[in-house]
Design a protein around this ligand. Sequence first.
Ligand SMILES: [Zn+2]
Length: 275
Amino acid sequence: MNAAIRASALRRAYFRLALGLSPAPVVVWLIGHGQPLAAVLLFCTVLTTMMIGTLVPRCAMFGPMIKHLPPSGKQVLLTIDDGPHPQHTPAILDILDRHHIKALYFLVGERAAQHPQLVREIIARGHEVCNHTQTHPATTFWMLRPVRLWQEIASCQETLTTLCPEHPPRFFRPPAGHHNLFTALIAQTLGLKMMMWSARGFDGVRTDVPTITRRIASRLKAGAIVLIHEGTPVAVEVAQAVTSLLAASGLKGDTPPASLAFGDDEMVVERRHAP
Ligand SMILES: [Zn+2]
């Protein structure tokens, strides 16, 4: 990526930060003019708004994101986070083959670099690799400053593109779905669309496979984006249960069309074959 483009993105990110901090002088002014209650109210409103925009994964306050496909048709997206994994990836690839499902793998760059053959195998089996940061700093990603965000996303993009130059990632998902004021801006500058989900069973923290599957089943419908993980104690069992669920539903798990676009909740995708 051109250094000038990076510098421009970082400038815009810090401009956003300045805008985000702009109520601070007003708070100080209110305190100085004997209106502490108004100052506290303004401070809490701004802080709450910023925290919701950052920590609620499907909140698009700070930039566009894809949350589901149009409900017409029978397509769903099965997305698999946190790989590749030396045991889970081969097992899950076989499961997907058995059900004729193509998935999106949101890979962690440093894990991909450790297992390049698995990344190539994912591509060779017809799936798509996507960007899930270089080191997956799940607990701190929401508070990274622009320079560190750029490093995480750009390094993963470079790692995956080097491994599969014919299939550069086109989608990005932040760890735990947390994204701050700068994340969407930086992802977009790197040519990535941010993708969240509409159906998950919290398999990253739960181990009760029936409960995980039931929760996903309750949200499974045409246009859904399903999220499961590798690297958990129940990764293979969850993949087996969810792919069986998909197969029984009559919905088709496939990779997204080339023209997947941002938009409102009802119209986030263009037709695969536009007239
Ligand atoms: Zn993750």
